[in-house]
Design a protein around this ligand. Sequence first.
Ligand SMILES: [Zn+2]
Ligand SMILES: [Zn+2]
Length: 131
Amino acid sequence: MECPSCGVEMVDLAGDDQTLRKCGECGGLWLDIADLNRMLLHRNLPGLETLGGKMNADAMSGQCPECLVDLVRVEGGEKTEPLGYDTCEACGGVFLEEEFKDAQDFAAAEKIIIEFFKRFSPRTKKKVAGG
Ligand SMILES: [Zn+2]
Ligand SMILES: [Zn+2]
């Protein structure tokens, strides 16, 4: 599978029963919606559908390497720290442009993914009492 951003072949990061695809060029990561949701639910986080985020129709995203349709940009996060990911409406694939360059294996990449979606949906954070 080719990276939606640079068009170079991505590398497989194999987990126990899931496989992530990482681009060695830009450090982006491609993952299946089912795998992502399983990962999130495993950490007691809501699935991607309920994490919110706003679609940005003006953003230029790449194409889904599987369906060859344009990806849709979804933006979220804090105002001070905006985050975004690209998703394919046809297959539900998700492309994260976070820095995965240092993630050499599945476990390392999974950690970054979880951190990303925790920050993406600030509502999932515990409220600070008395703030
Ligand atoms: Zn890339
Ligand atoms: Zn697709």
